[in-house]
Design a protein around this ligand. Structure first.
Ligand code: ATP
Length: 209
């Protein structure tokens, strides 16, 4: 089973890395591919440009958990980074193997604003990570989609290629890229919120000042 962990990673932090590991082990995934987006369609443009965000991901994942990798297909694609197109391209490559889109609850609450969001369920399972300060807020059709497709046990995901939604209890780490950028901007240290090589890179490039 393959997990797709999409994000802006502006910058990558331990909230991403620890939850990715817990999801991999908890849901029995063989691999997790981190997919940095070039241009998020439904939120403000990232502060660091794509090449810098990719470099920070590489630094964070160097020598990391086996099965973790980076996939640059959204960076290589022009236009807004629509997840439905990303999943469709993975699906073409992997045939009928189970595929999971891993997303925090804040992201899933926003699905109704995502381009062709209903089709996500035709391409992948959705694995939802609870996140501090965010409660489920499923509006419109999304509430019905969740109710009809909920899989209580992760084992159900490996039985079908796509179509279920599963909630995982990950360690609640109240770490966000927004807070890290604010911390750096205010002249304070982001140490222990992000991997040390990423911290040094941010300092050397004077990012988020
Ligand atoms: P920002 O503060 O800039 O919005 P972020 O910290 O939310 O950034 P993203 O790269 O936008 O990071 O997030 C990618 C994915 O990781 C999203 O699905 C998000 O919900 C999830 N995520 C990020 N941080 C955490 C965390 N601490 N716990 C659980 N999920 C997280």
């Amino acid at each position: 089973m393959i997990g797709i962990y999409g994000g802006t990673f502006d910058p990558i932090h331990y909230g991403h890395l620890r939850t990715a590991l817990e999801v991999k082990e908890g849901a029995g995934m063989d691999e997790i591919r981190f997919v940095p987006c070039r241009l998020p369609p439904h939120r403000a443009e990232p502060e660091a440009d794509p090449a810098l965000r990719l470099k920070m991901l590489e630094l964070a994942l160097h020598d990391a958990e086996p099965g973790f990798s980076i996939d640059t297909r959204e960076l290589d694609r022009q236009g807004p980074s629509y997840m439905v197109e990303t999943l469709a391209s993975f699906r073409t490559e992997i045939g009928n193997r189970p595929l999971c889109l891993i997303a925090g609850l804040d992201a899933v609450n926003g699905f109704p604003r995502w381009h062709r969001w209903r089709e996500l369920f035709e391409l992948a399972h959705i694995v939802v990570m609870r996140r501090p300060g965010t409660a489920p807020d499923f509006t419109g059709d999304l509430a019905q989609y969740v109710a009809e497709r909920s899989a209580e046990h992760a084992a159900a995901l490996s039985l079908r290629p796509h179509g279920s939604i599963h909630f995982v209890d990950v360690t609640q780490l109240d770490i966000s890229a927004t807070r890290i950028r604010e911390t750096v901007r205010s002249g304070k240290s982001a140490r222990y919120l992000i991997p040390e090589p990423v911290l040094r890179f941010i300092e050397s490039k004077r990012l988020y000042r």
